[in-house]
Design a protein around this ligand. Structure first.
Ligand code: AMP
Length: 308
């Protein structure tokens, strides 16, 4: 069976949306990616770091979803990464109020031996030097290395970020970040500029407006499912990334056509994530719910039209 190696922050998040506020809850890129990818019944492992303050019950929950947590290093006396964010009324944009790197600041990742020849690697959001270190520990080039990042690292570690971008096959990034990274307003030009930095495929996520896949002049678009309830968008991008790489791992096919299917699965899974605070909805999500919504997705996007 193909395996997925996941790298990314494991965090405490404090979130404020127009509908409510949380204290420190489970967050971070890696748990969202792993929970989403777990829908495809693949083997996965997270490489990350936590402090003494991180509850064992969260790790147990991940293990229940068949995620290998042995490479999540616990630092004695350390504090877990903390992020605090507040969403604007339209829920499409947010302000980061606080980022405490804590144990993430000088983390030395260790890839488990069983994952050193892994087929697919999802380098989720965390310090680009850590993402690069993980790639360097692999015994052979993976079939596909995917990268997700955010403006924080563009502002604080751009040189390292450029190095890791040059090494990956695909990058998933939101529209605002694609503009910041490329200096281009047009997303078509931004994608072209990012392709020139290394990745052959560029996915630009546009929140409730869907996602675009760019590859050598070809473009594919998948809308986001219009939802009645959007409660907390935190982690939607990571859930998307987990769905995308989880599907590619399961099918073991990285052709452009299969990536189109992966984007639909990714958008479908991300639509669940936003319905409750934090990872709550993804923890309880069933295969039946996923299938039903996939059907809705199909109906939403299929049309017959005569091209004359
Ligand atoms: P998303 O909403 O998909 O962009 O991801 C939100 C998650 O990213 C939250 O759970 C945060 O803990 C995590 N996060 C926020 N800032 C950073 C950062 N600078 N590095 C790594 N993870 C972060």
């Amino acid at each position: 069976m193909s395996k997925l190696l996941i790298v990314g922050s494991v965090a405490f998040d404090a979130i404020e949306t127009p509908f409510g506020k949380t204290d420190k809850i489970l967050g971070g890129a890696a748990p969202y990616i792993a929970l989403s990818a777990s829908q495809f019944d693949i083997e996965s492992a997270i490489v990350s770091v936590i402090g003494d303050d991180f509850p064992e019950a969260y790790l147990e929950m991940l293990r229940k979803h068949k995620v290998d947590t042995t490479a999540i290093e616990r630092i004695p006396g350390g504090k877990t990464f903390f992020w605090k964010g507040k969403y604007h009324n339209d829920l499409n944009s947010r302000d980061t109020l606080e980022t405490q790197l804590n144990v993430l600041a000088d983390f030395n990742p260790k890839v488990p031996d069983a994952y050193k020849e892994v087929e697919i690697v999802m380098l989720g959001n965390l310090h680009p030097a850590v993402q690069l270190d993980v790639l360097n520990q692999l015994n052979k080039k993976p079939k596909l290395a995917a990268l997700d990042t955010m403006n924080f690292w563009m502002d604080n570690a751009l040189e390292d970020l450029k190095k890791v971008i040059a090494r990956v096959d695909i990058i998933t990034i939101n529209d605002e970040e694609a503009r910041q990274l490329s200096g281009e307003y047009s997303l078509v030009k931004a994608a072209r500029a990012i392709e020139a930095m290394g990745p052959k495929y560029v996915v630009i996520k546009k929140g409730e407006h869907g996602a675009l896949l760019f590859h050598e002049g070809q473009i594919f678009f998948a809308p986001a499912l219009p939802l009645e309830e959007v409660f907390d968008p935190t982690g939607a991008g990571d859930t998307f990334a987990g769905g995308f790489t989880g599907y590619l791992t399961k099918t073991n096919d990285i052709s452009f056509d299969n990536m189109k299917k992966a984007i639909i699965h990714a958008s479908n899974l991300a639509s669940f994530c936003v319905e409750k605070f934090g990872t709550e909805r993804m923890q309880e999500l069933t295969k039946k719910e996923v299938q039903q919504r996939l059907q809705q997705f199909k109906e939403l996007t299929q049309f017959e039209i005569e091209l004359t």
